[in-house]
Design a protein around this ligand. Structure first.
Ligand SMILES: Cc1ncc(COP(=O)(O)O)c(C=O)c1O
Length: 453
């Protein structure tokens, strides 16, 4: 009988992150200065990010070495296990072989510390002692607070108001690691005050929280900003997961037929699949599937355009699938998937049809999460359960056709702080939001017209 878990030793951990930029099937469009529509030079980002991260953002080197101090901290939970989901296979009666790469084993409970630790390290190297950020569901804010504690950096987190109210334990986790957590919109920034003046009860959104964190960092000499997804350097740091996975699948004697992950900004999905995208571009037959909520259908329904990354139009313009920076998604429980845009790298690969995307309603997602919890035992985050939904559907198709596919899931995090959403599902109070086209059309009016580059 094959092993249920496949481990690597610490000495087998990847020593460098994989940069997909030089291997892309089409060039990545540069970020633009919204005032001129001209490409932005690295120095323009210097008020917000340390230079080492800016250089990673634009690097064309295929491999970037992981510094020893980051490796030392990664080893607190890495390498993460690869599991074979035998119990789920049996429950479904599928001939498919299902695996999952388990990133829920980190101290913060998700993949987010893979980049939080790296970002804190490079900031500290350049003498930065204070960082602002935003968080939706609270996973990213917790991860950066953890990294702040490990590198002695002060962290201020703007947390989307609705999550701040719904998830007191995520806030307490941040505070336990020494992070300061402020509900957004707040009266500490112009961006927050503007929103509150129009709507004192605003539930907030990731786009608004990003505006607040960026505004504060841009206005203070002693503070930089950190983003938990979307940007190239964040996706780069996450490739530690896909690189470990490659070795683990080789130990199991497997090659993936299908790889499935959830996409909010795209970081866990990219880290998991980018090392395999290279194999696919080299001719290997791998179906790579991104999953997202029907209520925030960035990859499945949104145009591929230049847009702002935040609500108050403070960021550069990024070429990405976007629902419009003024789009405020319905209040679904997968808070980490409620973002109007997507990583430019993931967006490019979707536009090139290297990656396909599927969207799901939250009731079917939670149904899959329950099937998972009652077979595999682990309780998935609502975000992660989107990938599980797609994997179960594909495994059931294999049951019909008799195909023995190897399906690999990116298990991005656990749902121990998401029990209120499980409560809503179990008590039949979870609402599905079909998103009317008019809502997308309305938000798309806010997207700037940029001449074809
Ligand atoms: C568990 C989990 N999975 C996935 C995501 C989505 O983010 P990303 O697309 O950057 O991986 C989040 C974001 O908060 C998360 O907490």
């Amino acid at each position: 009988m094959a092993d249920t878990k496949i481990f690597l030793s610490e000495s087998e951990m990847p020593q460098a992150w994989y940069n997909i930029n030089p291997d892309l099937p089409a060039p990545l469009m540069p970020p633009l200065n919204p005032a001129t529509n001209e490409p932005l030079g690295p120095e323009a980002l210097a008020p917000l990010f340390p230079m080492a991260l800016i250089m990673q953002e634009v690097s064309m080197e295929p491999w970037i070495e992981i510094p020893d101090d980051i490796m030392r901290i990664y080893k607190l939970w890495r390498p993460s296990p690869l599991h074979r989901a035998f119990a789920l296979e049996e429950e479904l009666g599928t001939p498919a072989r299902i695996y999952y790469k388990n990133e829920s084993v980190s101290p913060a409970g998700s993949h987010k510390p893979n980049t939080a630790v790296a970002q804190a390290y490079y900031n500290k190297q350049e003498g930065v002692n204070r960082i602002t950020t935003e968080t939706g569901a609270g996973q990213w804010g917790s991860a950066l607070s953890l990294a702040g504690a490990l590198f002695d950096i002060e962290i201020r987190v703007y947390m989307v108001r609705i999550s701040y109210d719904q998830k007191p334990y995520r806030r307490l986790l941040m505070q336990t690691w020494g992070g300061e957590c402020i509900p957004s919109p707040s009266d500490l920034t112009n961006a927050g005050r503007t929103i509150l003046a129009n709507d004192p009860d605003s539930p907030g959104s990731l786009g608004i929280a990003i505006s607040e964190a960026v505004e504060e960092a841009a206005g203070r000499e002693d503070t930089k900003y950190s983003l938990g997804s979307v940007l190239n350097h964040v996706l780069l740091h996450q490739t530690v997961t896909g690189l470990e996975l490659k070795k683990q699948l080789a130990i199991a004697g497997e090659k993936p037929d299908m790889m499935i992950g959830c996409v909010g900004g795209g970081s866990n999905f990219a880290g998991f699949c980018f090392p395999f995208v290279k194999d696919k571009l080299d001719g290997q037959d791998i179906q790579i599937i991104a999953t997202e909520p029907t209520a925030c259908p960035t990859l499945t329904r949104a145009p591929y355009r230049y847009d702002f990354g935040d609500n108050a139009q403070m960021t550069p313009l990024l070429k990405m699938h976007t629902l419009g920076h003024s789009f405020v998604p319905p209040p679904i429980h997968a808070g980490g998937l409620r973002y109007h845009g997507d990583a430019p790298l993931v967006s490019l690969l979707v536009s090139q049809k290297v990656i396909e995307a599927h969207a799901f309603h939250q009731n079917e997602v939670f149904e899959a999460a329950i099937t998972w919890a009652r077979s595999e035992g682990h309780l998935p985050a609502p975000e992660t359960a989107h990938a599980i939904r797609a994997a179960i559907d594909e495994a059931l198709k294999c049951k019909e056709t008799g195909e023995e596919k190897c399906i690999v899931i990116a298990y991005s995090g656990h749902g121990h702080f998401d029990l209120a959403s499980y409560d809503a599902y179990l008590s039949g109070n979870l609402i599905d939001y079909p998103l009317p086209q008019e809502m997308i059309d309305e938000a798309m009016k806010s997207v700037p017209e940029v001449p074809e580059q």
